[in-house]
Design a binder for this molecule. Structure first.
Ligand code: 2HA
Ligand code: ZN
Length: 276
């Protein structure tokens, strides 16, 4: 089967279009990786080329050695993904050490994987370990309201978790483990990849201060849904705090505990602190 006919590829394109429609991908902002399952690779293997040169990833992801990833290209605009996917996207194969990659499909105009590939692959490895290889998607977007929040609150996991939970009742059920936050760093390299991967040990969502959000998940829907829920909650936070610095009422710690019981989720206790 051709890559273009595969369901994982069509689902990837749909999700990219959805993110673009949300306004999270100005210019070349954001990037996106899907880890192919063995049956995906089997299905499209006749459409993959071999023999393009190996390139260094810049980090080592030994547990992902020999695996294949559909990944967005550096400098590519989400807006163009659906118009010219074979130019904007590529499938890469990792070598048997998890240190080098080669392009086996796509990047038809001579492109390369996203500058955030080290973060994507390190996160993928960490989430794979945490989920028994179930995690398949890593998605990075520049969500407007969430970025705005990073100028207004202390850059602490428990603070962002608590504020986002409070803004929308579903949030603690959607991300009971909370969100992590990485303070401002230069993007696109090893250092930010390591800092993000440390947070990814615990969280499916990691905020980059003044930059955006990374979400991970087992499939496209849950990953996109997590990004969407967090950004919507951030939008409510910004709206409420634009109107007034004081909230008249909110969900109590007791309320969160009731929710956890009813929905059978384990909430991150660190976020259930008493507020002054
Ligand atoms: O691809 O979003 O973080 C552009 C970016 C870098
Ligand atoms: Zn970015």
């Amino acid at each position: 089967m051709r890559v273009a006919e595969a369901k994982f590829y069509q689902d990837y394109l749909d999700m990219a279009a959805h993110g673009e429609k949300m306004g999270w991908h100005e210019r070349n902002g954001g990037n996106f990786t899907y880890w192919l399952k063995p049956e995906d690779v089997e299905m499209v293997k006749d459409d993959l080329q071999v023999g393009r040169q190996w390139n260094s990833i810049g980090i080592m992801v030994r547990q992902l050695a020999g695996q294949y990833f559909l990944i967005s290209g550096t400098g590519k605009y989400f807006y163009n993904i659906n118009r010219d996917p074979e130019d904007c996207l590529g499938i890469i194969e990792l070598d048997d050490k998890g240190e080098n990659y080669r392009i086996v499909w796509g990047f038809s105009g001579g492109g390369r994987p996203t500058s955030e590939m080290p973060t994507h692959l390190m996160n993928m490895e960490v989430r794979a370990r945490a989920t028994g290889d179930k995690n398949r998607v890593i998605y990075h977007a520049h969500c407007t309201n969430l970025i705005a929040m990073t100028f207004l609150l202390p850059l602490k996991d428990e603070v962002f978790t608590r504020e986002l939970w409070e803004m929308m009742t579903e949030c603690p059920v959607v991300f009971p483990e909370g969100v992590g936050i990485v303070e401002w760093m230069v993007p696109g390299g090893r250092e930010i990849a390591v800092a993000t991967a440390q947070k990814a040990e615990k969280y499916n969502a990691v905020i980059w201060a003044h930059h955006g959000l990374f979400c991970s998940g087992e499939d496209f829907d849950s990953t996109f849904g997590l990004m969407h829920a967090i950004e919507k909650s951030a939008e409510i936070w910004i709206k409420v705090h634009s109107v007034s610095s004081q909230m008249r009422q909110t969900i109590s710690v007791d309320g969160f505990r009731q929710l956890a019981r009813e929905f059978n989720v384990q909430l991150n206790e660190q976020a259930l602190y008493e507020k002054e």
